[in-house]
Ligand binder design. Structure first.
Ligand SMILES: O=P(O)(O)OC[C@H]1O[C@H](OP(=O)(O)OP(=O)(O)O)[C@H](O)[C@@H]1O
Length: 193
């Protein structure tokens, strides 16, 4: 874990290079809110604010994941016409169990996507449905910087698919769209102080 001073120094360096708070958040793997806070504070005064998301109490039982997936499927039904939807895509690893249940609940194809660790082109697993020409809902557990979701949307578009909606358990971003695609979360975390 980097010290707060190191993070602050690095954030200032990147800011001076002309990067936006969003770009710095991606580079340092922190939320945009954290970067904005970091750049506006006199370091040493207060503790850094970020939220670590843990959902083990859900993950230890498939049935509990199924209950969350019911909520996700309900949100999807609220947002889009289910008849328009072809497929449900899970982002590895943590999006897959939720996407599997949602696919079953909605009676749609299942896709599995593995993001590239450095943000290059990711992989669509050939053991699951193919992307080309499909209308897709993307499922993951958490949006933190939003970089994974952005790359997923771009890779789907590049493979000839269309993303209708993205649904996550928790979003740390106070935004409703990524790359022009609607984002819904079961829970949203927002910094208030
Ligand atoms: O919005 P971002 O900042 O891109 O972060 C969100 C991603 O980070 C986590 O995955 P992780 O990279 O830990 O991989 P894993 O699911 O394979 O453990 C999480 O499951 C999301 O996929």
């Amino acid at each position: 874990m980097k010290s707060l001073e190191e993070l602050y120094k690095r954030a200032i360096e990147l800011k001076n290079k002309g990067m936006s708070d969003k770009e710095i958040s991606t580079e340092l793997h922190l939320s945009v809110n954290t970067i904005s806070w970091l750049l506006s504070k006199n370091i040493g005064e207060t503790k850094i604010q970020d939220v670590k998301i843990g959902w083990r109490s859900i993950g230890v039982y498939g049935s509990r994941i199924g209950h969350i997936a019911e909520i996700m499927a309900d949100i999807i039904s609220e947002e889009i016409n289910i008849d328009d939807l072809d497929s449900v895509l899970g982002i590895t690893i943590n999006g897959i169990p939720f996407a599997t249940f949602v696919s079953d609940i909605l009676g749609k194809e299942l896709m599995v996507y593995r993001p590239h660790p450095s943000g290059k082109e990711g992989l669509f697993s050939s053991n699951f449905a193919g992307v080309k020409g499909k209308k897709i809902v993307v499922i993951d557990d958490v949006i933190s910087t939003g970089e994974t979701m952005k790359n997923t949307i771009n890779d789907i578009k590049n493979q000839g698919g269309q993303v209708l909606l993205c649904v996550v358990l928790v979003s740390k971003l106070n935004i409703d769209e990524i790359s022009g695609t609607r984002i819904r979360s079961v829970i949203r975390t927002t910094m208030v102080g």
